[in-house]
Design a protein around this ligand. Structure first.
Ligand SMILES: Nc1ncnc2c1ncn2[C@@H]1O[C@H](COP(=O)(O)OP(=O)(O)OP(=O)(O)O)[C@@H](O)[C@H]1O
Length: 263
């Protein structure tokens, strides 16, 4: 079945659309999306984040922009910019109260997410990162069918069960014939600040095995990091990007390598 892909606003030029997916909630998908955005922005790219995790939107919070509002001018929604100029759109930037629950059914959420692509003044972007809702349900499916997603990054954490769930995400992407740029294993290990030894708290990672089995790349293994939690909680993920410059540079380089750099 061929579904026509949605088109962005006139005057908008998005070079790569990357969807970030996870088979289940709580693996740090939104945190990894933010870190990817910060890392690419640090490298000088123009980056936007479309927060499609409508019922659990956390992107505005980690950037400390939860109080700001996205306004519409002539029916075109203006994204909110973070301190370093990352453009963000999220349902949390549009509802009256940040903590109000969004109790909509799938089709309504799907059409809202489409509008986040078609009705937003994204203008010039090198990378638009879409933070998908967790799982392989209705909304991720709608997005992958109707938006021109160039490829997918799958985020997982090291537990056994997650490996099974990763396979679901990967299989869904394959069914949609959407390329998979690779897997990011989040909270992969803890590096002791005193002895620099890596401790695998959830057991030795099986990600290489899973990736090989599914014929996909391991993009990166990210550590458990206390500063990351604290700065995300404080809405200062961009400060993490500056403090852990090396980690972010590494992540950006791997993304560039897999997604393709932007001229
Ligand atoms: N590498 C990390 N080190 C330490 N804590 C982390 C790391 N990644 C994420 N976290 C923490 O884990 C929690 C869940 O992260 P996050 O909200 O990004 O998950 P998610 O997978 O997007 O969840 P959701 O199910 O809402 O989509 C947050 O408190 C976050 O700060």
């Amino acid at each position: 079945m061929h579904i026509e892909k949605e088109k962005p606003q006139e005057g908008t030029n998005i070079k790569k659309v990357v969807a970030i997916m996870s088979g289940k909630g709580g693996v740090g998908k939104s945190s990894v999306t933010s870190l990817m955005a910060v890392s690419l922005q640090n490298k000088g790219y123009k980056v936007g984040i479309l927060d499609a995790d409508i019922t659990g939107p956390s992107i505005p919070k980690v950037f400390g922009i939860g109080e700001k509002r996205a306004i519409a001018i002539n029916q075109v929604i203006q994204p909110v910019e973070t301190t370093t100029g990352i453009k963000v759109i999220s349902v949390n930037l549009m509802i009256d109260q940040e903590d109000a629950p969004v109790v909509w059914r799938g089709p309504l959420i799907g059409s809202m997410v489409k509008q986040f692509y078609t009705d937003v003044a994204w203008e010039e972007l090198d990378y638009l990162l879409i933070d998908l809702p967790p799982g392989t349900g209705d909304v991720p499916l709608t997005i992958m069918q109707s938006l021109p997603v160039d490829g997918i990054v799958v985020v997982s954490s090291p537990q056994d069960l997650v490996q099974l769930i990763v396979k679901k995400s990967v299989n869904m992407a394959k069914m949609m014939a959407t390329p998979i740029y690779g897997l990011v294993e989040n909270m992969s290990y803890f590096e002791c600040p005193d002895c620099n030894k890596k401790h695998y708290l959830f057991g030795e990672s099986k990600i290489e095995e899973v990736a090989k089995d599914m014929d996909i790349h391991v993009l990166e293994k990210l550590p458990i990091n206390q500063d990351f939690v604290t700065l995300c909680d404080e809405g200062r993920v961009e400060v993490f990007g500056k403090t852990y410059f090396g980690l972010c540079e590494n992540l950006a380089e791997k993304l560039e390598e897999r997604i393709g750099g932007i001229e």
